[in-house]
Design a protein around this ligand. Structure first.
Ligand code: PEP
Ligand code: MG
Length: 412
């Protein structure tokens, strides 16, 4: 059995150029596991805190003071590593040491174990012999908190090649749609600068409805039928629009406001008109009842909670009681440790809630998430389409396909 022999944290930067931390876990003096923590722009109220007092330096200092607690542990024993971490920080949201440490330390341990045992991470995390590839779900057009003024209020319009039979084809179809959309945008507006949002989706000056319309056109111009070879998805990220004082969703850029009922109508008409396969955070993060109305209304659409559930097992249990959603985002750093996230995944799977493992808008070039998506039997892997930190995850899926251990794509 391998043993952790040293741990080292360092200050680095994410894809937005903001400070983050990276942690090295070394086992048997030679097997290096290395993970850099991501961070979100549209952050759920109940997510794990990334860093105490917003200071990555503070996280690193606490880690340094406690690193001996992990030396000698088996790096593949996630539960034990998690429990040791909890002796340092027992707060529900990792406010003492920072969720970024929980994230990076636990995934780096598994990364180190993978090197030592010469077993890929996805295999270490799952005993299931029937693993499949999740469908890559990628941002083709960005707005909201991920892009500047003039872009749509809606945060993300996404594409997923639901008709693809292989992981390579599903990735290539997403590239093609992203490229086609770029051509349409350039033709439509000679002043379009090819600008992209935080996750690599195009960031044009368009209203919500115009943006959806051009995305649908890009798919159709390539000969695809929406709902057949490809489907569109939307991350409404509705907490960004929600104004508690007004009790309304304020679509500042488009210039309208929605009451709770109007929001349901707004979302429903988009789902129907664009035959969406996927609708994330269609209402704000505390609107469980409204989510359950949508879940009931659209049983064949992935009505997905992100900020609503924040990869939190207890919040998921609350959502299950009223069938608030039929799908959930899984972002490890919302939960904190990989152990927390896998416990969340077990609860979701037990209750037939489909999992979509997701990146954050502020990322690194790490690709462990691709393994986590496979091991949790995720239906989709939301990792963007272009940009080095997005491509890293897609390329890892292609490397994994060489193992010949995974038979084709999941059933959605
Ligand atoms: C999201 O909201 O789904 C997302 C990936 O963005 P962020 O990381 O900013 O929360
Ligand atoms: Mg989201």
């Amino acid at each position: 059995m391998a043993r952790i022999t040293s741990i080292r944290g360092r200050l680095l930067y994410n894809s937005r150029g903001n400070k983050t931390i990276e942690i090295d876990v070394i086992s048997d003096h030679k097997c290096l596991g290395r993970v850099c923590a991501p961070s979100g722009a549209s952050v759920g109220k109940h997510e794990a805190t990334s860093f105490p007092e917003n200071k990555p330096e503070k996280s690193l200092e606490i880690l340094r003071q406690n690193e001996k607690k992990f030396v000698g542990l088996d790096p593949s024993n996630l539960k034990l590593i998690h429990e040791n971490l909890r002796t340092i920080d027992s707060t529900t949201n990792y406010s003492k040491i920072g969720g970024s440490v929980a994230f990076a330390l636990t995934i780096a341990s598994i990364d180190s174990a993978s090197k030592s045992l010469e077993v890929p991470i996805f295999k270490l995390l799952s005993t299931d012999s029937n693993l499949r590839f999740p469908f890559p779900l990628g941002n083709i057009l960005g707005g909201g908190a991920h892009a500047g003024p003039g872009t749509p209020d809606i945060q993300e319009i996404l594409v997923c090649a639901i008709g693809s039979k292989t992981i390579r084809d599903s990735i290539e179809v997403n590239f093609a749609v992203h490229k086609e959309l770029g051509k349409i945008l350039a033709k439509r507006d000679p002043g379009f600068t090819n600008g992209r949002g935080d996750e690599g989706g195009w960031a044009p000056k368009l209203k919500n409805d115009e943006a959806l319309e051009v995305c649908a056109r890009a798919c159709e111009q390539l000969g695809f039928t929406l709902g057949k070879e490809v489907s569109l998805g939307v991350d409404f990220a509705s907490s960004t629009q929600w104004n508690e004082k007004k009790n309304k969703y304020v679509y500042e850029r488009a210039g309208f406001e929605n009451s709770l009922e109007e929001q349901i109508e707004f979302v429903s008409s988009i789902i129907k008109e664009y035959k969406l396969a996927y609708a994330e955070d269609a209402v704000h993060e505390e609107a469980f009842d409204e989510m359950s109305i949508l879940t009931k209304k659209f049983p064949n659409v992935l009505i997905t909670g992100d900020d609503l559930l924040v990869t939190n097992k207890e919040i998921l249990k609350r959502a299950e009681k009223i069938k608030a959603c039929n799908a959930t985002i899984l972002k490890v750093n919302q939960a904190g440790s990989l152990y927390d996230a896998l416990e969340f995944a077990k609860e979701a799977t037990k209750n037939n809630i489909k999992i979509i493992t997701s990146h954050r808008s502020g990322e690194s070039v790490d690709s462990h998430i691709s393994h986590i998506g496979i091991a949790t039997k995720s239906k989709m892997l939301k990792v963007g389409i272009v940009g080095g930190e997005r491509i890293a995850k897609l390329n890892e899926l292609l490397r994994i396909s060489e193992y010949d251990l995974i038979r084709g794509m999941v059933e959605i």
